[in-house]
Design a protein around this ligand. Structure first.
Ligand SMILES: [Mg+2]
Length: 182
């Protein structure tokens, strides 16, 4: 049994906040077919893939249209050291944290990484080794980022879009994360 983590690191979209509809809306308004849109990527990459200008997307993105998943507010209120590691654009990411009144010790968004997010800069900012943190995310990209960094992973199973892989620790509710890693 691993020791309890010194800090929890969370993905944002699809993990702490239910943002699928908010993320999709600008693409749809810019003429992208719904079925072409995917989740968990760096916004600039997804915009490039879909032929959409990032600034045009951000002008249409409404950070006020997202909500924390049920139970997340209680989870966040009970956290000790915690951080956010997200591929989200920093403009909308920081706006959402501010709106929700969340103050993670570290919040790194797409501008902190050269390409898809990695946990290395988060660990450095927290001044913690990989075995002292747990990463909570909803996509295979999150699982892979945790594996590459040697960090334990918990799947945000409360997101109906999250798909478990063999060996995943799966939290069915946000608060269950704390019991899984205790
Ligand atoms: Mg996500």
């Amino acid at each position: 049994m691993a020791a309890a983590p010194a800090a929890l690191v969370f993905d944002l979209d699809g993990t702490l906040i239910d943002s699928d509809a908010a993320l999709v809306a600008p693409f749809v308004r810019l003429g992208v077919p719904l079925e072409a849109i995917t989740f968990g990527h760096v916004l600039a990459d997804e915009c490039a893939r879909l032929g959409v200008d990032v600034d045009a997307y951000l002008d249409l993105y409404d950070p006020g249209a997202t909500q924390p998943f049920p139970g997340v507010v209680d989870l966040v209120a009970g956290l000790g050291r915690w951080a956010v590691c997200s591929n989200k654009h920093p403009r909308s990411g920081h706006a959402e944290l501010a709106r929700l009144g969340w103050l993670p010790e570290v919040a790194l968004f797409a501008d902190a990484f050269t390409g898809p997010k990695t946990l290395g800069p988060v660990l450095a900012a927290l001044d913690l080794p990989p075995d002292a943190v747990v990463f909570v995310g909803d996509t295979e990209h999150d699982r892979a980022a945790a594996a590459r960094a040697g960090v334990r992973f918990v799947l945000a199973g409360w997101n109906p879009r999250a798909r478990a892989a063999d060996g995943d620790l799966v939290a069915r509710t946000p608060i269950e994360v704390l019991a899984l890693v205790a």
